[in-house]
Design a protein around this ligand. Structure first.
Ligand SMILES: NC(=O)c1ccc[n+]([C@@H]2O[C@H](COP(=O)([O-])OP(=O)(O)OC[C@H]3O[C@@H](n4cnc5c(N)ncnc54)[C@H](OP(=O)(O)O)[C@@H]3O)[C@@H](O)[C@H]2O)c1
Length: 209
């Protein structure tokens, strides 16, 4: 697949490393492409401006801070028909401190779909820390990664990407189910950061035989 990673911080660089050597044509979208030259060399990706990376890809991963996402997405140009993977958690200041700024009646992913009505948005890769996305082989069990989206063909493509990263892809349903997946990310964040569990773990789906 031709995959553009827009935002090459913790998550974007982890995904580039996790997808290295999996047969994809990887593009790193950075505002200053020169700053990601080393990551591009390490992962075999091409570094480009975000708009050019998105134009070159069929599947565009958004790994941006929520606060800049609307403007950054608008700057990507026409994403009609493309699969857009939303890894972002809409975290910001709330009356209770830092937390999800959307939920119950909408989600970050549905807001992204509203910005990009002709793209096929899939929510996923928001549920564990970036380190695990780079290398799931450190885990004794295959970790699970839920996805939500309205387009079945898009979810099939995303499921392949998740499998390439070493996750068991599980379909949570249509894009409104992002309202479950974004709070689910807060379960991981709460354990990792506020309950001192650390970052080197993930969720697994375990079934009786
Ligand atoms: N960190 C995690 O473990 C984790 C796990 C799951 C989900 N998430 C979610 O993933 C998203 C990214 O998190 P992160 O930790 O990877 O963030 P990060 O390390 O701060 O990286 C954000 C990236 O976005 C780029 N960026 C910022 N403003 C931009 C703009 N206007 N246009 C284009 N690119 C821009 C930054 O580029 P510059 O370097 O040029 O500033 C940077 O590469 C967040 O929504 C977060 O909630 C994070």
């Amino acid at each position: 697949m031709r995959i553009a990673i827009i935002g090459t911080g913790n998550v974007g660089s982890a995904l580039a490393r996790g997808l290295k050597g999996k047969g994809h044509d990887l593009w790193l979208g950075a505002r200053e492409p020169g700053t990601v030259a080393a990551l591009a060399a390490e992962t075999g990706a091409k570094a480009a401006l975000p708009r050019d990376a998105a134009a070159a890809a069929d599947l565009v991963i958004l790994s941006l801070p929520w606060g800049v996402a609307e403007a950054a997405v608008a700057a990507l140009g026409d994403l009609s028909g493309k699969v857009v993977v939303d890894c972002m958690n809409p975290i910001g200041r709330t009356a209770q401190g830092m937390g999800l700024t959307h939920g119950h009646t909408t989600s970050g992913a549905e807001i992204v779909q509203g910005w990009l009505p002709k793209a096929r948005v899939v929510k996923t890769l928001n549920q564990v820390g970036a380190e695990i996305m780079a290398d799931t082989s450190v885990l004794p069990h295959r970790p699970v990664m839920f996805m939500a989206g309205n387009d079945e063909a898009a979810k099939s493509q995303v499921a392949q990407v998740l499998a390439d990263l070493g996750f068991e892809p599980l379909d949570a349903g249509d894009l409104t189910k992002a309202r479950y997946l974004e709070p689910f990310a807060m379960v991981w964040i709460n354990q990792a950061i506020f309950r001192a569990k650390g970052r080197n773990w993930a969720f697994a789906a375990v079934s009786a035989t």
